[in-house]
Design a protein around this ligand. Structure first.
Ligand code: HEC
Ligand code: HEC
Ligand code: HEC
Ligand code: HEC
Ligand code: HEC
Ligand code: HEC
Ligand code: HEC
Length: 371
């Protein structure tokens, strides 16, 4: 639920960073902001969740959806006060006001939705039960800002556009739209790992799915239960954690490389021959980065597990390292204790006041301190 609220609340942060006070770049034709511009607007639901109904105009006007009129998404708002909301906003609806300039048809995310629907995560927005654990569009996408690090489109570039187009607003609009995509504003490997492991390291949720799948006679991947934590243990996971951007993150392996922006919505399990990590395609996938990879290299486990039945070598290697590590510790403590015991037998005593821990005056005439 928290995610949903972030749609509008996520906008607060950029505001604090100093975006306030610019003129509105979108038309509030339906006058929704007459009421929704007030920060205190919100309520606590029956489930005790705090919801914010506050929309920050200055921030909304810098987001990718700023040209979409409120009711093109919130189609269910037809009167105020309105009836209880059932479905909320769905991402496969058609815009009434915005046309796709390429096709001339009303704009919609339906093409992406249809692909997503066929993927492992596909579900209806209102899905209940186990399906509700799968990510819907807004679990992965809040309402992102155009070029979040830029205060305004660079004057130098807009100046050049207006030489021909004469209208700064037109130039700024298209600058925002295209520059965000040309510069590949996208998630970092660390953000992707965080996104996927939010669920794929959630033991309780995963076990629930494993149980249901068994009851329904479905198979899940061998690594389904440990995908997140085992990736963290893997070489890729360790270097990505410390900021390496070249090592493989979840989507480098699980999403097809043909069109990244589409294929992240087409995730399929490894048992599907079309998956980039299916036994058939695995070598090719490793080869993107490990140019010399062959069948043997591709057999190295990207989700290493220490369970005996999964990986005999790693199981015994971990066990031996464990024994060696424990022995070293035991020896260290043992030696310290042995030393202490020897000194105590010699008759040395603690003397904190003079700054030394051991004050030697021993029965065996081996004093370090001159009398
Ligand atoms: C006259 C003031 C007013 C105007 C104008 C207004 N709203 Fe609201 N809106 C409210 C109030 C009050 C609530 C809280 C209602 C509640 O708690 O049941 C609300 C709640 C909402 C909600 C949350 C619904 C939910 O329960 O999840 C949405 C979405 C919303 N408004 C969208 C819009 C849109 C879109 C417009 C413009 C077409 C609009 N509002 C115009 C006063 C207004
Ligand atoms: C691109 C689609 C889109 C546009 C445009 C949009 N919203 Fe939203 N809005 C959403 C989504 C998605 C949510 C999350 C709640 C949901 O899933 O129904 C949301 C949540 C809200 C909420 C909180 C409701 C709740 O149940 O938590 C309010 C209030 C709201 N929007 C008002 C507005 C207003 C006012 C505008 C116009 C300035 C606007 N929205 C424009 C998609 C949109
Ligand atoms: C599991 C997470 C996930 C889900 C669910 C998801 N997406 Fe995405 N989407 C991504 C990632 C990752 C990208 C690549 C860009 C990035 O890193 O933000 C992306 C990219 C996009 C883009 C391209 C954005 C651009 O500026 O180029 C669109 C549009 C999009 N998604 C729409 C949708 C829609 C519509 C849905 C629901 C049908 C959806 N997504 C569901 C993760 C997701
Ligand atoms: C030398 C003059 C010139 C400059 C400079 C220029 N444009 Fe254009 N632009 C044009 C012309 C002429 C067209 C129509 C081209 C056609 O239809 O083949 C056009 C078309 C466009 C269109 C498509 C509009 C539509 O509705 O089809 C966009 C968007 C656009 N320009 C944005 C920009 C941006 C942004 C800049 C600055 C980064 C820019 N242009 C700089 C001359 C220019
Ligand atoms: C909101 C939670 C959530 C997020 C975020 C999420 N997943 Fe999933 N994922 C699931 C659920 C739930 C299943 C379905 C298990 C089932 O079929 O019962 C699943 C299934 C899968 C499967 C197929 C498992 C199988 O054996 O059939 C793969 C592969 C997968 N996810 C990869 C990813 C990747 C990669 C990401 C990050 C881009 C990701 N997931 C993000 C919840 C999530
Ligand atoms: C280096 C490539 C690689 C990376 C990186 C990677 N995986 Fe995998 N993943 C695989 C392979 C190969 C399998 C099949 C393993 C098997 O069954 O032996 C797999 C299996 C899975 C499964 C079990 C379902 C299935 O399709 O078999 C899930 C879920 C999963 N990965 C999620 C993730 C997540 C989440 C991340 C990031 C935290 C990630 N993977 C990173 C290659 C990778
Ligand atoms: C997106 C690129 C990418 C993909 C795809 C990828 N890797 Fe890697 N992998 C790396 C990078 C970068 C390193 C770190 C190399 C270094 O610094 O030594 C690495 C390191 C490794 C290592 C550690 C030892 C070594 O050889 O350096 C293993 C093992 C490994 N990868 C296996 C695989 C396997 C198996 C696959 C295919 C299932 C795969 N990788 C896919 C980028 C990738």
């Amino acid at each position: 639920m928290g995610m949903l609220i972030r749609w509008c609340v996520a906008c607060i942060l950029p505001l604090l960073l100093g975006f306030a006070g610019t003129a509105l770049a979108f038309e509030d034709d339906e006058a929704c902001l007459m009421c929704h511009k007030y920060p205190k607007m919100g309520r606590v639901t029956e489930e005790g969740v705090q919801k914010s109904y506050y929309v920050i105009p200055e921030v909304f006007s810098k987001t990718v959806h700023r040209n979409v009129p409120c009711r093109d998404c919130h189609t269910y708002i037809t009167e105020l006060p309105h009836k209880p909301v059932k479905e909320g906003v769905t991402c496969n609806a058609e815009c009434h006001s915005i046309k796709n300039p390429a096709t001339g048809k009303p704009f919609t995310h339906k093409p992406i939705y249809d692909e997503y629907k066929k993927s492992v995560h596909g579900r209806e927005k209102t899905a209940a039960g186990n399906d509700a654990d799968k990510p819907y569009c807004i679990d992965c996408h809040t309402n992102p800002l155009y070029n979040a690090t830029e205060e305004a489109p660079p004057k130098k570039i807009v100046d050049r556009c207006v030489v021909c187009h004469e209208d700064r607003k037109f130039a700024e609009k298209w600058y925002n739209h295209t520059s965000r995509r040309i510069r590949e504003v996208k998630r970092s490997p660390q953000e992707i790992v965080a996104l996927c492991t939010r669920c794929h390291s959630d033991k309780q949720m995963l076990e629930r799915h494993q149980r249901t799948a068994k009851e329904e006679g479905r198979t899940l991947g061998r690594k389904f239960l440990i995908a997140g934590e085992s990736y963290d243990e893997s070489f890729h996971g360790k270097v990505v954690k410390y900021g390496n951007t070249k090592a493989a993150n979840c989507l480098d392996c699980h999403a097809n490389t043909v069109n990244y922006y589409l294929s992240v919505h087409q995730l399929i399990p490894s048992r599907d021959p079309l998956s980039p990590v299916s036994p058939q395609n695995r070598v090719q996938t490793c080869k993107q980065c490990h140019l010399m990879a062959d069948q043997n290299y591709a057999a190295l486990d990207p989700h290493p597990s220490s369970k005996k039945e999964d990986n005999l070598f790693k199981h015994y290697a971990d066990m031996i390292y464990g024994i060696v590590g424990d022995s070293v510790l035991a020896l260290l403590v043992g030696m310290a204790w042995f030393e202490t015991w020897g000194r105590w037998r010699d008759g040395a005593s603690w003397r904190f006041r003079n700054g030394s821990s051991w004050w030697r005056r021993t029965r065996r005439k081996s004093n370090r301190i001159s009398p």
